[in-house]
Design a protein around this ligand. Structure first.
Ligand code: MN
Length: 479
């Protein structure tokens, strides 16, 4: 189980009784938080920071503990912040500054100087806030009484984001083939994404995967077909085409397991030795949290994997998508988003159907894919682009809608959505911001989740939604 460490600040100036009380209160708060975050993370209390050395020890312990995904800090009393400098320099985990108190209300009748000395987060947390700002340490501040629902909600969000960052730091991305020829936005600096997000992105020869594919047994294909038949409706007589995909997925399973891969890419321009572009093989893998980016888009592959991780345990769908085409009926503009094949079944509003159709581009056999209509509801569309000297996350609020009419001739899964605040501003903002045509759409995550991830990873963020105005568009030109 992942855990958050709780580090409470004080000092040795106040005497033993005060420090005992600090410890007791901190234990009670730890138990409360642990209960509230049950099933998501454990919360464990570290020794009260009374000296610089205790702070160093705590931060070192948190940094090397693989189960620890983040740290919550809070100053029960005043805690001189120079005591925190060396510890914080050693901290390599996402940091939440919880600006709270043990007491909700002031005891007006009985308050005296002892109470004031014991309960002075308003004083101590500002001293601590200064040193975080001065040291330029990415962190999140959550303010309010720790038992209030809105505070717990934010701490819970921090736990989700911290878990996604821990996942990101260990993520290994495999690329089969390179970026689609001549395409710009899907490319990126792989050294920088490893430095900033931890992604180990490496190239693997397709020929080695083809060897694995050719070694898949009939029994392994049968097993995969059983899985397909239990999850999806077989809507084709071309069973051989589906078995071909089952073979690909069985081979990919082996490859992913052996190399510890959490996300991968392929490209329809490099399928040497394969009869079909992987369709259902990729779609079914995405249902297991494996990230995927088509046309060599390693950034969206990794980003989709970590956002799926962030949304774990929440209602809603999260996955890769591509912007495709619009309905520009005035005042009722909609977008149809899809891909050649690889739309995540997480978006399915109905039971996906397995179908086999020609691909229209490329020179391979007709691939089997899952076809379905998309879910509806409020969501976000989010992408990550490389601006040359920095990464930029663009997050747009959208409303996923039911498709207005059937599309019987469209042989791929699809979702449809409405932009915010409207088509004119929403899509122009995306273009001004340099947003990619590959993105992650989620009905489980919100702008707040993405904003927290951006802050904690020091990534530039542009948001688009009901609060975006015509005048905002010009801002996106500037750094
Ligand atoms: Mn694409």
């Amino acid at each position: 189980m992942s855990k958050l460490y709780f580090i409470v600040g004080s000092q040795d100036l106040y005497g033993e009784d005060c420090l005992k009380q600090v410890r007791k209160d901190a234990e009670e708060m730890t138990a409360f938080l642990s209960e509230k975050l049950k099933g998501k993370v454990d919360v464990e209390l570290l020794p009260t920071v009374e000296t610089s050395q205790i702070c160093i020890d705590n931060c070192r312990n948190a940094s090397v503990d693989d189960d620890c995904v983040g740290v919550i800090t809070w100053m029960h009393t005043f805690s001189p912040a120079k005591m925190w400098i060396k510890g914080l320099q050693e901290l390599r985990k996402p940091l939440l500054h919880l600006h709270t108190q043990f007491n909700e209300k002031l005891p007006y009748d009985t308050i005296d100087m002892d109470f004031m000395n014991l309960n002075q987060a308003a004083h101590g947390d500002r001293e601590y806030g200064f040193i975080l700002a001065r040291m330029n340490i990415p962190h999140e501040v959550v303010a309010g009484f720790y038992k209030h629902d809105n505070v717990i909600k934010k701490i819970s969000r921090f736990a989700d984001v911290a878990k996604a960052i821990a996942f990101s730091k260990k993520l290994r991305v495999a690329t089969f083939g390179n970026n689609m020829r001549d395409v710009a936005v899907t490319d990126g600096d792989r050294v920088e994404t490893q430095i900033r997000y931890g992604w180990e992105t490496n190239y693997y020869a397709l020929g080695d995967l083809v060897k694995l594919i050719n070694g898949v047994t009939d029994a392994e294909i049968d097993k995969k077909m059983d899985e397909y038949n239990s999850k999806y409706t077989m809507n084709t007589d071309n069973i051989e085409a589906v078995r071909e995909q089952a073979k690909y997925e069985a081979a990919l399973d082996k490859f992913i397991e052996k190399k510890g891969i959490g996300a991968f890419t392929d490209t329809f321009q490099d399928l040497h030795g394969m009869k079909q572009l992987p369709g259902i093989a990729v779609q079914n893998l995405m249902t297991k949290g494996i990230g995927f980016g088509p046309e060599g888009d390693y950034k969206i592959s990794a980003f989709s994997a970590l956002l799926m991780k962030m949304s774990e345990g929440r209602e809603g769908a999260t996955g890769f998508i591509e912007d495709y085409t619009y309905d520009l009926t005035e005042g009722q503009e909609l977008e149809l988003a899809s891909h050649m094949l690889e739309v995540p079944p997480a978006f399915a509003a109905n039971k996906p159907a397995i179908e086999v159709h020609p691909l229209s581009i490329g020179d391979r056999e007709d691939p089997a894919r899952l076809v379905f209509d998309g879910v509806t509801g409020d969501g976000i569309q989010v992408t990550l682009v490389d601006m040359g000297d920095r990464f930029r996350i663009i997050c747009a609020d959208i409303e996923l809608v039911k498709q207005p009419a059937p599309m019987p001739k469209l042989p791929v899964a699809r979702i449809m959505y409405r932009h915010k605040p409207n088509f004119e501003i929403g899509t122009a903002a995306w273009c001004y911001a340099g947003g990619a045509h590959h993105s992650v759409v989620s009905t489980a995550l919100t702008r707040d989740d993405i904003a927290m991830f951006a802050r904690l990873t020091g990534t530039e963020l542009i948001t688009i939604g009901d609060d975006t105005t015509e005048a905002d568009l010009q801002k996106f030109f500037m750094k």
